[in-house]
Write a protein that binds this ligand. Structure first.
Ligand code: GLA
Length: 396
């Protein structure tokens, strides 16, 4: 018997056990009901990010099982992780071959523990190997033409969606279909494109754009919609991006999704990544105006008939002497999230990516810049920080 695994029904059982009578007065009186249960009272799932290493650690497993009912794989569901170049080159039909071993280990962990998954992501230009767009999947092959690339993309999306649904039925509740297709400013898109579709990223060409064309986002959604219609129509389809609460990006995303939903609802919602604060520096962190902008953006997308997920939340803090301020900021942020669902449920999932403090991560690392060393809701030893308690307080 694997004692570390709880039965699939554990979430439902726990949900019936928490009965609260009086309003809590102090942090000490606040119930220690799982965070996902408290979040459910406000209409959203409570999630976080995992990878093949983290799910093997017993302490991390317990933390996930105690507090979360949604997980996202950090990289393992991305095309650059699934695509296998050698086997693809040997495929006579010119269609890609995938290696699911790492992704399956994560889906299996979710399945065995009754946890649902945000599947992330089918189409993302970043880190995408360019052989995927070339003849014979050869690094030195010529780029294939639009029609053939569309066939490949359709095949890839259908295969991947079907694989997980057949092997782990009902585990995935949404797919991020496209990630970060909208540029932040006019320097990485065509100046006259009101949807601001990214033509490049930090000097690297977006091959989805150059080989397929500016409609690659809607094409991907069409293929994904067809795949979920066939396998499990309950799977929701999301467009995911960062800075979704800033102008002009917010408006461009709105235009993009309105345009692709014109004839048929292909996209159900917006994944709002949730990196909030200065990138790699304290300046700009914990700005109350960002909470206001975030709340306005949730409303903006809801008015377009879209759900919102907060998909990669990292409320940044690089200065441990500001720990108390960070806990306050967390509390205010979650007040805003709970408020968003006051009249109607529009926010249906919140995933924390800046989960655990790590005071010793090197300043030069990407992770340091992305999350900051003190942005967590758990300490390095996985004990709960004040931030967790504030979330509990707000969601009571
Ligand atoms: C983006 C992606 C994530 C992850 C981060 C970097 O936000 O959506 O999957 O790669 O970048 O940590």
């Amino acid at each position: 018997i694997l004692l570390t695994l709880t039965p699939a029904c554990s979430k439902q059982t726990a949900a019936t056990q928490t009965v609260k009578s009086a309003e809590p007065q102090t942090a000490a009186e606040i119930s220690t009901a799982p965070l996902y249960e408290l979040a459910a009272k406000h209409g959203f799932k409570f999630g976080t990010v995992v990878n093949p290493q983290s799910i093997k650690k017993i302490a991390f497993q317990s933390m996930i099982k105690n507090d979360f009912n949604s997980i996202t794989a950090s990289n393992e569901f991305k095309a650059y992780s699934l695509l296998a170049q050698g086997p693809s080159m040997n495929n006579a039909q010119g269609m890609p071959v995938m290696n699911y071993s790492q992704a399956d280990a994560i889906a299996k962990f979710a399945q065995e523990n009754g946890i649902k998954m945000r599947a992330h992501v089918l189409v993302w230009d970043a880190y995408m190997p360019d052989w995927f767009f070339r003849e014979g999947f050869r690094g030195d092959g010529a780029f294939v033409d639009r029609d053939f690339m569309l066939k490949r993309l359709e095949y890839y999306i259908n295969e991947v969606v079907t694989h997980f649904e057949e092997n782990f039925p009902g585990v995935i509740y949404c797919w991020d279909v496209v990630n970060e297709a909208v540029a932040d400013g006019t320097n990485e898109c065509n100046a006259d494109d009101e949807r601001m579709i990214r033509t490049s990223r930090s000097g690297t060409t977006n091959h989805f754009y150059t080989v397929i064309g500016p409609d690659y986002v809607e094409q991907a959604f069409k293929f994904a919609r067809a795949a979920v219609n066939k396998t499990n129509p309950e799977i929701k389809l999301f467009y995911n991006d960062y800075n979704t609460f800033y102008t002009p990006k917010k408006e461009a995303i709105g235009k993009l999704i309105q345009s692709i939903n014109r004839d048929e609802k292909l996209c159900d919602g917006i994944g709002m990544q949730g990196y909030v604060g200065g990138y790699g520096k304290q300046e700009g962190c914990m700005n109350p105006n960002d909470i206001k902008l975030f709340s306005q953006a949730i409303k903006f997308y809801a008015d377009l008939g879209l759900e919102a997920h907060v998909t990669e939340l990292a409320l940044r803090n690089y200065d441990n002497s500001k720990a108390a301020e960070h806990a306050d900021f967390y509390e205010k942020f979650f007040q805003m999230l709970a408020e968003a669902n006051k009249e109607k449920t529009v926010l249906t999932s919140v995933s924390i990516w800046g989960l655990v403090d790590n005071a010793v991560m090197p300043k030069s690392s990407y992770e340091y810049k992305m999350n900051g060393p003190f942005c967590g809701i758990y300490n390095y030893n996985l004990s709960k920080k004040e931030e967790c308690k504030r979330i509990e307080k707000v969601l009571q």
